[in-house]
Design a protein around this ligand. Structure first.
Ligand SMILES: [Zn+2]
Length: 186
């Protein structure tokens, strides 16, 4: 499924999984809910203060990602979800309880819990980046959390000396990721 081109793409998946396998693997992964990850509890959060007001503020003036009828972001808001970002296969959002969720359907008719810890980390990092009200959701680095090898800790995707601002690194732009976490099935 091709998503509207209105958000950064997580090309870190390509780096992590191998580009030749990616398309079919991601498609299959998006409809699969993994068994509970024992590390997930770390990112369970309390309700987002002012969540309803934030949803009611759409369309946000000057929103760099755009917002229009029929877009995955508009559909998320209509379903009471805060849109965060999309990649090639899935759209990601937050619930009022700050729980990361995803769908492979741009209309959000099949909202699913996001169980992979790295994906949850990226959603929270991007939510904090994109919505100043949600800065408190930005993941905090622990001493054992490694520096991202893809961006060498910069959080930026640089290819042949060119920085691609619209491309999201596999670390969610933070330059590090939780120890033991892996990209993979959502
Ligand atoms: Zn990175």
């Amino acid at each position: 499924m091709k998503l509207p081109d209105d958000g950064p793409k997580v090309v870190g998946f390509v780096v992590g999984l191998g580009s030749t396998l990616l398309a079919s693997q991601m498609s299959e992964n998006c409809v699969k809910i993994l068994a509970q990850d024992p590390l997930l509890a770390y990112y369970s959060r309390m309700a987002i203060p002012g969540f309803r007001a934030l949803l009611a503020s759409f369309p946000i003036p000057g929103d760099p990602l755009g917002y229009y009828a029929g877009s995955w972001r508009e559909a998320a808001v209509r379903h009471g979800l805060l849109p965060v970002y999309s990649d090639w296969e899935c759209c990601y959002a937050l619930t009022e309880g700050a729980e990361p969720v995803y769908t492979s359907d741009t209309r959000w008719t099949d909202t699913l819990p996001l169980t992979n810890q790295r994906h949850r980390f990226i959603v929270l990092a991007q939510a904090a980046e994109r919505y100043p009200e949600l800065a408190f959701l930005r993941p905090k680095r622990a001493p054992a959390d490694p520096t991202c090898r893809t961006c060498n800790g910069t959080g930026k995707r640089v290819v042949n000396g060119v920085t691609y601002e619209a491309i999201l690194c596999e670390c969610g732009g933070l330059g590090w990721y939780p120890a033991g976490s892996e990209l993979g099935a959502v």
